[in-house]
Every structure is written in structure tokens, then in C-alpha cells.
Ligand binder design. Structure first.
Ligand code: 5AD
Length: 464
């Protein structure tokens, strides 16, 4: 009764939470398996950002509940954002679910599984279902363990939880709670441990990382707590690359812009959620910046690091969005020339202000705008990737590619690359000459001689 399968929906934070739960379960004697049909316990770590994500997990749970009827000892549970958002209400629709654990209680999962999987004749009463979506002070400090079963060249590190903003479309402040930061020292210790185990790249995670420690950790030399944290992580031996997600545009002050130039390990790759290119929409979304302020940040960053890579989040079909508003998003896309973007069709989240706004946009219109923006994005990604043809890129080798017999890794700009290598190079920075480029990937071969500076693509941070 100790084989657990965890399926994760949604963002990197959810992946990180699942990994932390998995490692806590392993410490308790459970085994993590990669096949659902081999598991005694199936946990779905859920996402609530859009209705579709919730429906997917509910559909999956319906299937698991049918399996449980044939095999009553199967334990099934929801964790994470949807569990937090809907709580016990989920049991009305899915009464067979054993466990519902919210975003501040992940670390109690081992205890709950012990109770739910106890042998029925052990004299311990087996509860019918457990629902725990309580708030817990300090819970942000419980997402710190990593699985150590394999070398993790690139690892996620959770630095904070929650978000205090009030974007009118967003359910996250409800599912993740108020902002709570982990202490700098604890994060540094975690990253040092990862580096000692072979990790070379860390992505610092939070719902709004640029607000990290605001109000708790004082500014120092005009540097925000987040920039102070970046500096500390930059100083950790063995770590070669630092990334972070997700920031808020309003956190891009001079200190953070400067950090991209001054901290050699901080990759020149920024995820800068725009949401809309129309000031009218931004106001309705309660996003505290204008399109011109956003462009100013992009330009500041490009002045600081000319070959900066940009990605973004966009919502199409927010209530009241007209063709003209949408046009402004397209224009801004063309102006920035994003390398990557996540484009979302607006989804009503009950309890958020936008859900009850007038002028909801018909789904065909959202669909058409989604398609148009995706085409626009793919033109830019293609062009940006093509520009790398013939250049030599620093690649962090992550491991064998899933298909074929080559290896895969990423550039500092977070472009995926495929090339021939061997196992000894996993975890190393290698120079790869780009020979072919598609919208999403680069293909090339490793250079045997030293790396050149080509086409303004810097080769900073190379130590081996
Ligand atoms: N509908 C569609 N997309 C949304 N996002 C957040 N809430 C919604 C919603 N109600 C998107 C935003 C955010 C990303 C994580 O998800 O673009 O940045």
C-alpha cells in the first residue's frame, strides 16, 4: 500500500510542490512510481487559474473514482489550488475522494496517507475522507526538500508563497493566500545543498517574486530584498545560472535592471507578464502600469543587456476587450518581439471581480484572437531563433533527449537545443553551434574549440 503516483497540473510552483510532497513521502517510506496503474495512492496536484484546468482534474478524478469502485483499497486525493479553492464542495460531486489538501498543508500529506492506508484490521479507525484547507503560518518554509534519486541539473526553488495584488481576473490570491517570504539564509542553504548534489541552474519561484520579502526584509544600498537574494544566490559556488518566475512589471526598478548586467549568473531572459497591450484593459484588470511604462521597462532591460530574451503572459477576451484593444496587444507584441508567450483565453473565475463584469466576450471571438496572437508569436519566435543560426550558444546539458539518441539542454535565453553529446557532459556548460532552428527548438553540434563571441550573444558565466 505504499506506491504513490502524483499527477501535476498547472505552473512550475505546482511541480515544485509535488516534488516536495514526493520527497516527504519517500522519507516516510512511500515509493513514488511513474505509472498510475501501478499505484496504491493517486494524488492530483491541481490548478485553478482557468476553468479548463479544473475540469481536466475533475474529469481525471471521475475516472479514478470508477477504478476505486473496482478496487476499494485505492486511495485518491486532490491537492493544491483547486483543493484550496473548492474544498469539501468537491466531495459533493466526487464522494469517493479520500483526501483534499490545500496549498498551505502539503506537508501533512504523509500523515494523512498513513491514516488512509492503515490496514483496516490494525485497530486504527480509517477516516472516510480527510479535508484540510486550513491556513498555516510559516507553511512557506515547508517546501524545501528535493528528491535526490537522480541528478537534477536544473532545479526549482520556492522562495515565497502568495500574492497581495488584486488583478480582477485572478483566483491565485484566494488559492495561495497573502505573500509570505522564506528567509534568505534558508533559501541560500537549500541552493547550496542543491549545488553540492550537482545542480547547476536554479529557478527561483513564487507567485510574485519581485515582491519577495517586501515589508519584512529592509532595503539595503537601494536594493530590494529580491535583488539581495539574487546577489546571495549568485555567490553560491557550483551554481552557474539563475532564473526566476513570475515577476510583476512593477518590480522592475533600477536595482533589478542593474542586476541583469552585474550578476553574471543571472540569465538574460525575462518573463514579463503583460496581460494586455491596452491601457483601458490594464485598468479594468487592475494592473498598476500602462503600456508605455511596460515598454520603458523592456527598453531599460534591453539597454542593460542588448540581447535580452523576453517572454510574457497574455489574456485575450477579457470582459469589454474590443478589436481596437486587441490590436494594441498585437502592436505591442510586434514592438517587443517576444521569444515566447503564454496566451490564455479569459476564463471566468467565480468570486473574482471580472467574473461579473459586463460585456463578456463571446468564445468565438476569444478563439479567433487567441489564434491570431499565436500566429504573431510564432512569427517572432521563429525570427528570433533563426537569428541564432551560425552562432555559438552556451548550453547547459540537461540529459538525453526523449526522442532519438541526442542530448538536450538550454541556452541562457531558455531556448531548447538538441545536439550530440555523452553522459559525462550532463551538468556541464558546452558550446553548441546552431545549425537549424524551428519556432521552438535549436539543433546544432558541439564545438570542440573554444567559444567565440558571436552576433552579440554573450558567453558569460562560463567556468569550465
Ligand atoms: N483567465 C485566463 N487567464 C488567466 N490567468 C490568470 N487568471 C486568468 C483567467 N481568469 C493567466 C494570466 C497569468 C497566468 C498565470 O494565467 O495571464 O499571468
Amino acid at each position: 500500500m505504499n506506491r504513490v503516483y502524483i499527477k501535476t497540473y498547472g505552473c512550475q510552483m505546482n511541480e515544485r510542490d509535488s516534488e516536495a510532497v514526493a520527497s516527504q513521502l519517500v522519507a516516510r517510506g512511500y515509493r513514488i512510481v511513474d505509472r498510475e496503474d501501478e499505484a496504491d495512492v493517486v494524488l492530483l496536484n491541481t490548478c485553478s487559474v482557468r476553468d479548463q484546468a479544473e475540469q481536466k482534474a475533475i474529469g481525471k478524478m471521475g475516472y479514478l473514482a470508477r477504478r476505486k469502485r473496482e478496487n476499494p483499497s485505492l486511495v485518491i486525493g486532490f491537492m493544491g489550488c483547486m483543493a484550496q479553492n473548492r474544498g469539501a464542495e468537491l466531495l459533493e460531486r466526487l464522494p469517493d475522494v479520500d483526501l483534499i489538501v490545500g496549498t498551505q498543508r502539503f506537508h501533512h500529506v504523509p500523515d494523512y496517507l498513513d491514516q488512509l492506508t492503515a490496514p483496516r484490521d490494525a485497530g486504527i479507525p480509517v477516516p472516510s475522507s480527510i479535508v484540510d484547507i486550513d491556513e498555516e503560518a510559516g507553511s512557506q518554509n515547508t517546501i524545501r526538500e528535493h528528491l535526490t534519486d537522480r541528478k537534477r541539473v536544473s532545479a526549482f526553488v520556492s522562495i515565497m508563497q502568495g500574492c497581495n495584488m488584486a488583478c480582477t481576473f485572478c483566483i491565485v490570491p484566494k488559492t495561495r493566500g497573502r505573500e509570505r517570504a522564506r528567509p534568505i539564509e534558508e533559501i541560500v542553504r537549500e541552493v547550496e545543498g542543491l549545488a553540492a548534489g550537482g545542480t547547476r541552474e536554479v529557478t527561483l519561484l513564487g507567485q510574485i517574486v519581485t515582491s519577495y520579502g517586501r515589508g519584512e526584509i529592509p532595503e539595503r544600498d537601494g536594493k530590494s530584498p529580491f535583488v539581495q537574494l539574487l546577489e546571495r544566490v549568485n555567490g553560491i559556488e557550483g551554481i552557474e545560472r539563475i532564473r526566476f518566475t513570475s515577476p510583476h512589471p512593477r518590480g522592475f526598478n533600477a536595482d533589478l535592471v542593474r542586476a541583469f548586467r552585474e550578476l553574471p549568473k543571472l540569465c538574460e531572459c525575462v518573463h514579463l507578464p503583460l496581460q494586455s497591450g491596452s491601457d483601458r484593459m490594464l485598468r479594468l484588470m487592475n494592473r498598476p502600469y500602462s503600456r508605455s511604462k511596460y515598454l520603458e521597462i523592456v527598453n531599460d532591460l534591453r539597454r542593460s543587456v542588448p540581447h535580452m530574451y523576453f517572454s510574457t503572459d497574455i489574456i485575450v477576451g477579457f470582459p469589454g476587450e474590443t478589436d481596437d484593444d486587441f490590436r494594441q496587444t498585437i502592436e505591442l507584441f510586434d514592438e517587443v518581439g517576444y521569444d515566447m508567450a503564454y496566451i490564455f483565453k479569459y476564463s471566468k473565475r467565480s468570486g473574482t471581480p471580472a467574473a461579473t463584469m459586463e460585456d463578456q466576450v463571446p468564445s468565438e471571438v476569444k478563439e479567433a484572437r487567441n489564434r491570431e496572437l499565436l500566429e504573431c508569436l510564432s512569427r517572432h519566435s521563429q525570427r528570433r531563433n533563426q537569428a541564432l543560426l551560425g552562432t555559438t550558444q552556451e548550453i547547459l546539458v540537461e540529459g538525453p533527449a526523449r526522442k532519438g539518441n541526442g542530448y538536450t539542454g538550454r541556452t541562457r535565453g531558455n531556448r531548447v537545443a538538441f545536439f550530440e553529446a555523452d553522459e559525462r557532459l550532463v551538468g556541464q556548460l558546452v558550446p553548441v553551434r546552431v545549425e537549424r532552428a524551428t519556432v521552438s527548438s535549436l539543433y546544432g553540434s558541439m564545438e570542440l574549440v573554444g567559444m567565440e563571441e558571436t552576433a552579440g550573444i554573450g558567453m558569460r558565466g562560463i567556468t569550465n
